[in-house]
Design a protein around this ligand. Structure first.
Ligand code: C2E
Ligand code: CA
Length: 373
């Protein structure tokens, strides 16, 4: 089934006996208020299910759905689905029934108290705004310099997303990246970030007169698990004729905990020539284990360690050992969150070559970053 931009997919009150799997495009869900004005609920994208409650009950549709972009769907009819389930393996039948029952429980709890609904409504409104921010071109890439601690020269940067909200001003990713992750929006936003970084690299490298300039790019689980991640990364690399060695793809323990699939994707990125950086090293329980499982190229030492490096001797000893170990393993070290000259001196004394932090600069917009070079 296909729908063009703006076409209604179904309306509040319609009888629904099917769900739709979004194969392509974005769908907006909304209510109509007393004045028949649209109140946006959320935006769904590729790989997500729409109207799935129809698979376990015959209720009327409780919201409207329209195509935000040209869409393609796989129609999952309730009867057809159960025909298939009933003729399948007993274990599959059991799993599908349990999953549908859980889905129903989740939907039922969503029908909570009025005050809960109000908080939820605010949350949903914020999430919808975040999702729409992408279509309104409100995201920006800021850069924080990564500095050679001995010479003070900027040798790279970390790309950090910001939301330039028309009323709130610049919004921190701490407040919205999770929303992007919980909807599928982090996937298109993530490709946009890669594309922007590839474009900006050429301009930065020329201004810095440094073809070895590297940009660190943060990646989330959902991005890495997207079925076309490596394919798209490779296509974008060719389109912008980049040298993958100039890009460090940042991942953390939370992402690596997803297991074999993520490892496979990261290894493929490495085969293409990208460098893999392990963010917030030392915060989780399995940092060392991941080092033995993945050929990591870069370790970024967690900010909280650097903050205490001059105050707590045991932390200083630990950071010293991490730097020593990384050298033996031929891994590049970047210290994060350097705020004082004292911290910087200690790190240099330990043999740490690269770092970033407010001592050098906060993350700044692209133009300001160019002016700093
Ligand atoms: P992160 O990857 O750990 O990024 C480092 C954070 O530390 C940044 O916060 C940076 O502004 C902050 N920082 C750097 N130096 C200092 C310092 O000296 N002192 C202090 N107190 N903070 C410092 P920011 O930009 O707010 O980003 C927060 C998090 O949001 C990032 O943590 C990352 O997990 C996520 N994020 C940011 N941009 C992206 C993105 O493009 N994609 C994804 N998936 N996540 C992103
Ligand atoms: Ca990072």
């Amino acid at each position: 089934m296909k729908k063009e931009i703006g076409e209604i997919i179904f309306k509040q009150g319609d009888i629904g006996d099917y769900a739709l799997l979004i194969e392509k495009g974005q769908v907006e869900l909304y209510h109509l208020n007393k004045n028949q004005q649209e109140v946006k609920l959320t935006v769904l994208g590729e790989g997500e299910l729409l109207g799935e409650t129809a698979l376990f009950d015959s209720n009327l549709r409780t919201f409207n759905a329209k195509a935000l972009t040209a869409c393609e769907f796989v129609v999952i009819k309730k009867d057809r689905l159960f025909e298939k389930v009933n003729t399948s393996d007993k274990m599959v039948q059991l799993i599908v029934r349990i999953l549908l029952r859980r889905l129903k429980e989740v939907q039922d709890t969503a029908k909570a108290t009025e005050s809960d609904k109000l908080t939820d409504a605010k949350k949903i409104k914020f999430e919808t705004d975040v999702n729409l921010a992408f279509f309104n071109k409100e995201f920006r890439i800021y850069h924080q310099p990564i500095v050679n601690l001995e010479t003070g020269k900027t040798v790279g940067s970390e790309a950090l997303i910001r939301w330039d909200n028309p009323t709130l001003g610049i919004v921190s990713p701490v407040d919205f990246v999770e929303s992007l992750e919980s909807s599928s929006m982090i996937v298109p936003v993530g490709y946009w970030i890669l594309e922007e970084c590839f474009k900006q690299h050429a301009i930065i490298a020329q201004k810095a007169n440094n073809k070895d300039f590297t940009i660190c790019i943060n990646l989330s689980v959902r991005q890495l698990m997207h079925h076309k991640f490596t394919e798209t990364l490779s296509a974008l690399s060719e389109k912008y004729k980049i040298n993958p060695k100039n890009f460090k793809l940042e991942t953390n323990e939370k992402v690596l905990a997803e297991g074999a699939l993520v490892f496979e994707v990261l290894k493929n990125c490495q085969k293409m020539g990208f460098l893999i950086s392990l963010d917030d090293f030392g915060t989780g329980f399995a940092s060392l284990q991941y080092l033995s499982l993945m050929p990591i190229n870069v370790i970024k030492i967690e900010r909280s360690f650097i903050k205490n490096i001059s105050k707590v001797p045991r932390i200083a000893a630990m950071v010293d050992s991490i730097i020593y170990m990384a050298k033996r393993m031929n891994i590049t070290i970047i210290a994060q969150g350097i705020e004082t000259e004292g911290e910087c001196r200690l790190l240099v004394g330990m043999g740490c070559k690269h770092g970033q932090g407010y001592l050098f600069s906060k993350p700044v917009d692209f133009q300001s970053f160019l002016n700093m070079l």
